[in-house]
Design a protein around this ligand. Structure first.
Ligand code: SF4
Length: 435
């Protein structure tokens, strides 16, 4: 009987997509996917190190696996890169540790584990797995796909561990990306999301002079792909040329995740973000000046070292001005290796939590109001899954929409009249056939 594997993924879309790549290799090796950890011979945790809590969770999960008998245990992702061999020292029942740049070595690590050998693959200079088109990828969804266009980050925001665990920026050549987009189009995919830690600085270090706006134009030419998204954008690299491409190419969806992190210029400088609140709002204004509704989302941190009530009020002001459809907000916690790690974490936790709950309260009202504004409108929806008798999809603005319809609509872009709007989910009725 074939060995079975089970992967648990934490963190961002980059991790989700890395898990699809690892899964592709394991299936290619003849392994089968298990329904649960219990029935798996190989358990993998694909981890996130951006915040402290998930790192502790990885260790507690690994402790739990110890009691599950004779299984191969592997740790992937950013915690693997950050902790390296410390994981095996603390948890000797772990068989291998693989950082994000080394996931293509999963086969080797599993085979070594079967021979009773431990492996730690965390060489940051390793070739980036994504540059290899023969790398099998087992995508979770048959209609919408992630495509990595660059890896790593050179920005060194003072609170962020990513440059230390995902390495320096490496862009994938445009020809490779285009070839992958064409393969996906031929396979029937309708939507692609171009992935990278900072997609706006795409092209750095490539022989050919090409930037993200050029790449969007090239990808836009591929027939069959109807919707294009990208994540994550850095405001400092959102040039006018890029705004023009995003706002004028019809396949690009009206959804931009544009992390602001703070609304206070003093804090933004301490964070090494390299833009001001005014510049951020100017980008939003320029995008809106094209006259189309665009949904913005953001990442925000409260309680950064030295953040005062006044600084926090600036952040509240920013979210009110932008009117995000949603935010991912967190209290600051120091991360090893980063510049801010050595600074006094001087905002008391109680105060951080108070600011976070105030921020979320204000944001909830905005999200509620914007959700309500969908009621009665007809929107395009790409239905991509079925869930308890509902067809579920997303609008171009990335809102979840549910409807009662038959499965033949799956994988199609359909016009839906929104009849009911909850905070994070819309319900509606199909009003006509495919677009
Ligand atoms: S841009 Fe800043 S926050 Fe984003 S991954 Fe790079 S260092 Fe981290």
């Amino acid at each position: 009987m074939a060995d079975k594997f089970f992967i648990r993924t934490f963190g961002c879309q980059m991790n989700e997509h890395d898990s699809e790549k690892v899964k592709g290799v394991l299936l290619d090796m003849g392994l089968e996917e298990a329904e649960s950890e219990k029935e798996a011979d190989l358990i993998l945790l694909n981890t996130c190190a951006v915040r402290e809590k998930p790192v502790h969770k990885v260790y507690s999960e690994l402790g739990r696996f110890k009691r599950m008998g004779d299984k191969v245990i592997g740790v992937l992702g950013c915690v693997a890169q950050k902790e390296g061999k410390r994981i095996i020292e603390r948890m000797p029942h772990v068989d291998f540790v693989i950082g994000p740049r080394n996931i293509y070595r999963i086969k080797e690590a599993f085979e070594r584990a079967r021979e009773g050998k431990k492996s730690v693959f965390t060489d940051q200079s390793s070739r980036c797995a994504v540059t290899d088109l023969s790398f099998p990828i087992a995508r979770e969804n048959p209609y919408r796909a992630y495509i990595t266009i660059m890896e790593g980050c050179d920005n060194f925001c003072s609170y962020c561990i990513v440059p230390f665990v995902r390495g320096r920026e490496v862009s994938r050549p445009p020809e490779d990306i285009l070839e992958e987009v064409k393969i996906l189009s031929d396979a029937g995919y309708k939507e692609i999301t171009l992935l990278g830690q900072n997609v706006n600085s795409y092209g750095k270090g490539l022989d050919k002079k090409v930037d993200f706006a050029d790449l969007l134009h090239m990808v836009h030419e591929v027939e069959g792909i109807e919707w294009i998204r990208f994540i994550t954008s850095h405001p400092k690299d959102f040039s006018d040329r890029l705004i023009e491409a995003v706002m004028t190419l019809p396949k690009i969806c009206e959804y931009i995740h544009l992390p602001a992190q703070s609304g206070s210029n003093r804090i933004l400088e301490l964070m090494n973000r390299k833009y001001t609140k005014e510049r951020y709002l100017e980008i939003v204004e320029k995008i809106r000046s094209y006259g189309k509704y665009v949904a913005f989302t953001s990442d925000l941190i409260v309680g950064f070292p030295t953040e005062t009530e006044e600084d926090f009020q600036e952040t509240l002001d920013l979210i009110k001005k932008v009117e995000y459809e949603g935010i991912f907000a967190f209290v600051y916690n120091p991360r090893e290796f980063t510049r801010a790690y050595n600074w006094e974490d001087d905002v008391p936790m109680e105060e951080k939590k108070r600011r976070l709950s105030e921020l979320l309260k204000v944001q909830d009202e905005i999200t509620q109001k914007l959700s309500k504004s969908y009621e009665g409108k007809v929107v395009d929806v790409l239905f991509d899954r079925e869930e308890s008798g509902w067809l579920v999809g997303r609008t171009r603005t990335f809102k979840i929409v549910k409807t009662r319809a038959d499965k033949s609509r799956l994988g199609h872009i359909v016009k839906v009249k929104i009849t009911e709007a909850k905070m994070y989910e819309l319900k509606g009725e199909i009003v006509e056939g495919d677009v």
